[in-house]
Write a protein that binds this ligand. Sequence first.
Ligand code: PLP
Length: 401
Amino acid sequence: MSNPIISRRGDSIQESPIRKLAPLAADAIKKGISIHHLNIGQPDIPTPVEFWDAVKSNISNVLAYGPSIGIPELREAICGYYSRSDISIEPDQVMITTGGSEAVIFSMMAVCDPGDEIICFEPFYTNYNGFATLADVKLVPITSRSENGFHLPPSEEITSRITEKTRAILICNPNNPTGTILTDAEISDLADIVTSNNIYLLADEVYRDFAFDGREHSSILEFPGIADRAVVMDSISKRFSSCGARLGNIITRNSSLMSVFVKFGQARLCPPTLSQYGAAAMYRSMTADYFSSVVSMYQNRRDILMHELHGQEGIFFLKPEGAFYATIRIPVENSDDFTAWMLTDFSIDGWTTMIAPAEGFYATPGMGLDEIRIAYVLNENRMRSALEILKSGLQEYRASR
Ligand SMILES: Cc1ncc(COP(=O)(O)O)c(C=O)c1O
């Protein structure tokens, strides 16, 4: 007998390009090779001790469910964090989610029916493809180009892609995988477009603290004319190096939309209870000093990346402005093949470097084949070694083709 049918959704969902090389990495490790991981946005920065202390002091006999919208302490602490950037939001405009991932999925599902469209700018965070498949939403990609630092194309190009099925424009700012930070003028243009077309602006701002060279990141929450159309999706994964806490949040001032999010939240009961106490403690206690030391650490790593790779033959990228990623054009025809080869065929003194091929960060077929994404999440010495190995690997790979 044949197997029962698997859904079209299940058949068509993409494998994450960040994780799909994992079996090759496991084989390399079995052969005794160590790996520098520049493929995944897993920071090496210690999770603040405030997190662990708060989790420990909230241990009780029963690990119980919490409120679907999230515990009040955390929602209040998030409002406090925003008030330090002069952004005023109320706790009932914040819902806690199971990671930023759930915040994006809920946002797509709250504003779209199956088959509806969301405009986004590629390259984009690759899991948007998977989230869109889960939500049965069509992502309509508009390509941003490395030549202008992956900033937005002209407004006419954006409006020309709006159809009667378009429900939202989705941005990731600062951007994963490019490190680009949108200017206020770009956000204002988007605000005008969503207003005149009566659609939403969904902003994934999980990297909002990481802006380099004295830049200021602007949240869409600061653009008052779009209060009812703005949805921010956020996370503590990167902000406090707490990826395993699985906590994020949604912010919207649109109370009807918030009540939909809360019903979605009720359907999955609640976000992780213990992590929320830890997150609330971090939001309350991590000051501007914490953020400026983390930002300067990432900025140094960005500078090492620039120093090691910029100007190398066939390599092209502009200086990333924030987050901790760069999308880099390299002189190969197929970066899937190259990144796999780095794991199967190349090492120096028992080490190799793992990077993510960029194709899965695009929705347009064939785009990104000559690009990789680097996450600069390792300390300075490891960054230097990892990039030396990458450069040598690239040379040998090209010579062998
Ligand atoms: C842009 C962006 N959005 C959302 C997420 C998901 O974050 P979380 O770990 O909170 O689910 C990530 C994770 O890498 C990300 O880079």
